[in-house]
Design a protein around this ligand. Structure first.
Ligand code: F6P
Length: 323
């Protein structure tokens, strides 16, 4: 194998650039030619494939987003789209691929290998931290810190006005960001998709907090919670309790941008190095993860068959400390 490609696909996450840098520089150090594929799988189909070298990734370890741009590509879900993409790779002599993204990215990589023999290694790039085979995904730590800072700022104004706030954080199907933000920000209550929680229970907990002398309160809501978004929860609580006057804040895409934390930069760098080493060793169909501080490989399919979930003990800790 002489030539490899690297792409980012799906939602961007802080630290993707650090991963690209690591892939390119490790590839160069191992005597490979490295190509950057722009706009994910759509760019692969369209032939947006450009050579990269060590200098083309200078000064990006500290930058959020992805210099390769990203996209969600419907055409690549079809065999016809993947055949077009494989033809482009063949024209550039690319035999190996590092695909940085979430499980949608891995489904595509798995099929590209099965149908066209391209060796593929995945790197977990998503703020949601819900991918099997790794304890941390690239971008989660940064997103969590941004959400925590948002809570800290809102706490100041909530305290000043003796107010109740509902704060929504990201996590499409996962409450990882929400539960961690709740503990780190000292929230009074947290709603996550992993736990069914009726409005009456939320109201009871808020009443208990009030009876204990709390004058301001913060409820964290994961965007994927079954009760709906933060506005819906605030209005349901208002309808069924004395908590009529609250405020809602949605942290939203702020969580996806900005300079990655040291943790995410280091994680992405280690994963990028391991991905290229794995390709050189002849591995394919695997994702690089971190378990107990070590880089580990897991089959791509296992990453979506068993998604990563937070320990229920975190809910206990959050509620115990909210008293
Ligand atoms: O998967 C990452 C994520 O940020 C989720 O937390 C969120 O639900 C989704 O992407 C938002 O996607 P988009 O940027 O397409 O609105």
């Amino acid at each position: 194998m002489k030539r490899i490609g690297v792409l980012t696909s799906g939602g961007d996450s802080p630290g993707m650039n650090a991963a690209i840098r690591a892939v390119v520089r490790t590839g160069v150090a191992k005597g490979l030619e490295v190509f950057g594929i722009h706009h994910g799988y759509q760019g692969m189909i369209d032939g947006e494939i450009l050579p990269m070298d060590a200098r083309s990734v200078s000064g990006i370890i500290n930058r959020g987003g992805t210099i390769l741009h990203t996209a969600r590509c419907k055409a690549f879900m079809e065999a016809k789209g993947r055949a077009l993409a494989a033809r482009q790779l063949a024209q550039h002599g690319i035999e190996g691929l590092v695909a940085i993204g979430g499980d949608g990215t891995y489904h595509g990589a798995d099929k590209l290998h099965a149908e066209h023999g391209i060796r593929c290694i995945g790197l977990p790039g998503t703020i949601d931290n819900d991918i099997g085979g790794t304890q941390y995904t690239i971008g989660f730590d940064t997103a969590l810190n941004i959400a925590m800072e948002a809570v800290d700022r809102i706490r100041d104004t909530a305290d000043s006005h003796d107010r109740l706030f509902f704060i929504e954080v990201m996590g499409r199907h996962s409450g990882f960001i929400a539960i961690m933000t709740s503990i780190a920000g000292g929230a009074e209550e947290v709603l996550v998709p992993e736990e069914a929680c009726g409005i009456s229970t939320i109201v009871e907990r808020l009443q208990l907090a009030k009876s204990r002398g709390k004058t301001s309160m913060i409820v964290i809501i994961a965007e994927g919670d079954e009760q709906g978004n933060a506005f819906a929860v605030a209005s349901k609580v208002a309808e069924s309790s004395e908590f009529k006057d609250s405020r809602v804040s949605v942290v939203g895409h702020l969580q996806r941008g900005g300079s990655p934390t040291a943790f995410d930069r280091i994680l992405a760098s280690r994963m990028g190095v391991r991905a290229v080493e794995a390709l050189v060793e002849g591995e394919t169909g695997m994702m690089v993860g971190i378990q107990n501080q070590e880089m580990v490989l897991s089959p791509l399919s296992s990453t979506w068959e068993k998604r990563s979930e937070f320990s229920p003990d975190l809910l206990r800790v959050s509620r115990l400390l909210a008293t």
